[in-house]
Write a protein that binds this ligand. Structure first.
Ligand code: ARG
Length: 475
């Protein structure tokens, strides 16, 4: 059903209609469209454009239509251009001419952006809620492995020994930052565009702040043209989702690496790995790999919408219709990856002996020698130099630096006394990193405590947001 046509002598060409059509993807906005139309009809009644009786009839029909949509008994047909046209068709079939009365004073331009914003608010809350169990898993695993020793890497080369719990807890921090980005997004974007009309505001509904309030927004827009042209809330959400995707990708990369035969650290559960159709022995980390692979489309979706927006004059332009598919794709992609990755993290176990075996190799304790000298008052540049010489001597003897004898060390520099031994081991090195946020078990226990606290606060926050939203959407 077309929502326009009075000034045209003929309908659009088939090819033009095909290009214009969006109902096959924007139908997911239907429940939000019903809700926004309800708020708008209430505004028309308040303003006296619709009588109480008319508005009651329309509201009852909108609610009934919403139920049919939810049940799947009302669906779009080929002739519907978009979700808004399909809903007006449904309403007209129930109410006759009155079915077309509800769109007085609003345009699809303010309607679509309001629908889309509600969709994104709903789904950003859902994404936040799906990240929380992953944060919890990493925190629990960090606790489980808080005494495990492993080599730490920079440049993917042995660097310094670390507590493996520290390695797992780092992911909780990255994801918690993503959650605060969602919080920030939710608070900045709680502005209703409804009432902006096509671009200039509404001559019929003077108080858009009432529908803003009714829809659960914190405020109404401050400029009608900005309200219909702004898609910052979309690009920001796409960035937040892309950044989450990049975190999940890097997590995927680590698990993939850790599960190789060469590393032999991670043992993936059968339920979260797959086999090969030709090589019977294979157990592949596909979940980790898909988390890594799918981040590409999340970044692409952000780029696609930014590129679509960059040349647009600030008002509604039909190009804006292209904001939806990439966004729906990012949302669905994340909501699919998150539970699978959480399950994988929960069920993966690590081989502590194997990790500990390599913790000191690659001269990973060289920093301990330099730190020992620095503590004894040697300028760090000199200490670094002396430690470097120890590595050289160790290499010439085919030893690790911590395997040099007391005599070897003393011959390199007299200040390298046997006291050095207390930190010249992976355990000693780790235990000495007692700085806040450091890798000692003592520091990690404090870190885990604060991660649990942040997680608990965020669980309460997202649960609260979820029930506020459901209350708002359930008319
Ligand atoms: N399908 C359109 C979109 O997503 C709805 C708004 C159409 N507005 C218009 N003036 N043609 O942007």
């Amino acid at each position: 059903m077309a929502l326009w046509g009075g000034r045209f002598s003929a309908g659009p060409a088939e090819s033009a209609a095909l290009l214009s059509r969006s109902v096959h993807f924007d139908w997911v906005l239907a429940p939000y469209d019903i809700r926004v139309n309800i708020a708008h009809v209430k505004g028309l009644a308040e303003a006296g454009i619709l009588s109480q009786q008319e508005s009651d009839k329309i509201l009852i029909a909108l609610i009934a239509l919403g139920e049919e949509i939810e049940a799947g008994s009302f669906k779009p047909v080929a002739a519907d251009e978009d979700v808004h046209s399909a809903i007006e068709r449904g309403l007209t079939s129930k109410l006759g001419d009155l079915g077309g009365a509800f769109r007085a004073g609003r345009s699809r331009n303010d309607l679509v952006v309001t629908d889309f914003k509600l969709y994104l608010i709903d789904h950003m809350i859902a994404i936040g809620s799906a990240i929380l169990p992953l944060v919890e898993e990493f925190t629990n695993k960090a606790d489980e492995y808080k005494e495990a020793i492993a080599p730490g890497f920079t440049h993917l080369q042995h660097a310094q020994p670390i507590n493996f719990g520290q390695e797992l807890a780092k992911h909780a921090h990255a994801l918690l930052r993503d959650l605060t980005r969602i919080q920030d997004w939710l608070s900045r974007n709680s502005i209703s565009p409804l009432g902006a009309g096509a671009l200039s505001g509404s001559a019929l509904v003077p108080h858009p702040e009432n529908s803003a309030d009714d829809l659960g927004f914190a405020a109404s827009h401050g400029n009608s043209i900005d309200a219909v042209s702004d898609r910052d809330f979309v690009t920001e959400a796409l960035f937040v989702m892309a950044n989450i995707g990049v975190h999940l990708s890097r997590i995927g990369e680590e698990y993939t690496l850790w599960s190789t035969t060469e590393f032999g650290w991670a043992v993936l559960d059968d339920a979260f790995s797959t086999g090969s159709s030709i090589m019977p022995q294979k157990k592949n980390p596909d979940i980790a790999e898909l988390a890594r692979g799918k981040s590409g489309r999340l970044i692409g979706n952000l780029t696609s919408v930014l590129t679509m927006l960059k040349g647009l004059p600030f008002a509604y332009n039909r190009d804006l219709q292209e904001d939806k598919e990439p966004t729906f794709d990012s949302v669905i992609t994340l909501l699919t990856i998150l539970p699978a990755l959480t399950g994988m993290v929960e069920t993966t176990s690590f081989n502590k002996e194997r990790m500990a075996a390599g913790a000191s190799s690659g001269h990973a304790l060289a920093t301990e020698i330099a730190d020992f000298l620095a503590r004894a008052g040697v300028p760090f540049a000199t200490a670094h130099e002396i430690s470097g010489r120890c590595v050289q001597v160790a290499e010439s003897k085919s030893l690790e630096v911590h395997e040099l004898s007391d005599a070897d060390l003393a011959a390199i520099d007299a200040r390298l006394t046997p006291d050095l031994r207390s930190t010249l081991s992976a355990q000693g090195a780790i235990a000495s990193r007692t700085s806040i946020g450091g890798t000692s078990t003592a520091s990690l226990v404090k870190q885990i405590h604060s991660l649990n606290k942040s997680n608990q606060n965020l669980i309460e926050y997202f649960d609260g947001k979820r029930s506020d939203f459901l209350e708002m959407i359930n008319v």
